[in-house]
Design a protein around this ligand. Structure first.
Ligand SMILES: O=C(O)CCC(=O)C(=O)O
Ligand SMILES: [Fe+2]
Length: 505
């Protein structure tokens, strides 16, 4: 509804718009030098919808013509439409131009498509045309030029705003260090807790230079790979990758790629495809053998796709190797005493991370603040390079080009205590294990370490105990020692089993 034509009773919904407007203008404030370029670089919306603010100076507003639906704020209207099926959307969309625009919103069709998972489909450039099987030559478009809606315009704007200003001119103090390679000792002594990029090891991998999206298309066109909630044959995903404009692209993230492609990882294999760089040393999770949690993924996505802020599972470290394309990384350390990165919300017990914005929306809204925040690290990892993600670090990743990457999570000796602590004390967050062992991941890991690396286990447990004591408040320290002594040989680390203690800095 146009702010200019609202009656008094509807001012509440008009008030809800400036929040989006603030984001729109803050986008321009983020990079003053580039503001003009950003503004002019965005093409017109395909249905000619404009941002809500334009309604203030418009003489007409299409929203006012859609009957009772006009009384709903745009956010609520699109929420209501999420409960409609395809037939209802098509029918409603044919009643007036405003509802036509709202029912064309492609995220609605994406949800319908993913919910129905059709086996046999042709990707046609949008979720709606794909779902409705509309051939390209029959796609129509009606101009909705007097419709003003941030709900409809903002995702389009985010999908078309240049992100280059955010990923360039990285301040020196934020830059992730680049090194040719590291020795095991250097990694263990100095680098286990820091992000860095290695420029040499991946260039020795047989898959480097050979595996490209095009190669995978030719070799495995019909093999299905996991992309978020769907399993698509490589050929269909490649169609999607080359012809889509989602604000948040469907991202291929497949943990079964080794089995699906028949390659063998590991330097000692007869025909190795790739291996973990030597400096990372032994991965202690390998003692879990058949019970080890998911640990490797092939990642593929178009330019502008990527991962929103998260921490990797089970307090593991990770490496991420770019085979083609390039990735911008934005990273922050974490600890119980540090606030989360700007724009990221943590639950009180720090167990749940909410990062509600798309990558582009995050950049437009929070990037300048993130860049100024102490601890921020940024870097670009190019093809043939590998980036180290330390245990517990928040990271957001943006593909600067269409690209293919491999990633692996591991437990270096130096981080054993953290992983043991996580498996034992944050049981509800343990992930990637098969259901039958998930509840006893800690016990199983300890048992297997005791069989394979008893000294490393003892050291890890001792460090965990030290950390537990250091992490306690004075009162707990004084009152719990007696309890521990009473427990005799058993370990009690202060924050184990007693959730309250986990919060004590
Ligand atoms: O390549 C990406 O999108 C990032 C993947 C990731 O989060 C990781 O490797 O830990
Ligand atoms: Fe990650």
């Amino acid at each position: 509804m146009a702010p200019g034509i609202l009656d008094a009773s509807h001012h509440a919904c008009a008030e809800s718009r400036p929040a989006k407007k603030i984001k729109l203008s803050s986008a321009a404030n983020v990079q003053p030098d580039d503001a003009d370029d950003v503004a002019t670089a965005i093409p017109p919306h395909p249905l000619h919808v404009k941002p809500a603010g334009n309604a203030y100076t418009a003489s007409e507003n299409l929203k006012s013509r859609c009957g009772s639906f006009a009384t709903l704020p745009d956010e609520l209207l699109s929420l209501v439409l999420e409960s409609f099926n395809a037939d209802q959307l098509v029918r409603l969309g044919s009643t007036c131009r405003a509802l036509y625009a709202f029912t064309r919103f492609d995220e609605l069709w994406r949800a319908l498509f993913v919910g129905s998972r059709p086996e046999d489909f042709v990707w046609r450039g949008t979720w709606r045309t794909t779902f409705l099987r509309i051939p390209q030559e029959h796609v129509t478009s009606i101009s909705c030029k007097d419709l003003f809606s941030d709900v409809l315009y903002r995702p389009f704007q985010c999908a078309h705003t240049s992100l280059e200003p955010f990923t360039s001119n990285i301040p020196k103090q934020n830059a992730i260090q680049r090194l040719p390679d590291l020795t095991r000792d250097e990694y263990a002594e100095k680098w286990t807790d820091k992000p860095f990029i290695l420029t040499s090891p991946v260039k020795e991998w047989p898959v480097y230079g050979k595996w490209t999206p095009q190669y995978l298309l030719e070799k495995y066109p019909d093999v299905k790979f996991r992309a978020e909630a769907v399993d698509w044959p490589m050929a269909k995903y490649m169609d999607y990758m080359s012809n889509s404009s989602d604000e948040s692209s469907l991202y291929l993230f497949d943990r079964g790629f080794v089995e699906k492609t028949g390659i063998t990882p590991g330097r000692d294999a007869v025909e190795p495809a790739y291996w973990s760089p030597d400096c990372f040393g032994e991965d202690l999770f390998s003692v879990l053998r058949e019970h080890r949690p998911d640990c490797r993924w092939m990642i593929m996505g178009p330019k502008r796709s990527g991962s929103t802020f998260h921490k990797d599972p089970n307090a593991t470290n990770a490496w991420n190797a770019v085979l083609t394309g390039s990735k911008y990384w934005l990273m922050f350390p974490s600890s119980p005493t540090l606030p989360p990165p700007p724009g990221v919300i943590l639950s009180d017990d720090q167990s749940e991370i909410t990062s509600p914005l798309s990558i582009a929306e995050y950049f437009l809204t929070f990037h300048s603040l993130a860049r100024e925040t102490p601890g921020c690290r940024e870097g670009i990892c190019y093809a043939g390079e590998i980036l180290h993600v330390p245990s517990g670090w928040f990271h957001l990743v943006l593909n600067l080009e269409d690209g293919l990457a491999l990633t692996q999570n591991f437990v270096p000796i130096k981080k054993l205590a953290d992983v043991l602590g996580f498996l034992r004390d944050q049981r509800d967050q343990v992930s990637g294990f098969k259901d039958e062992v998930c509840d006893r991941a800690y016990e199983l890991f300890v048992e297997r370490l005791r069989e394979n690396h008893p000294e490393i286990l003892e050291e890890g447990l001792a460090e965990l105990e030290r950390k537990g004591k250091k992490g306690r408040g004075k009162w707990e320290e004084l009152t719990k020692i007696g309890d521990e002594e009473e427990e005799g040989a058993g370990f009690s680390f202060g924050f184990g089993g007693d959730d309250d203690d986990a919060d004590i800095p």
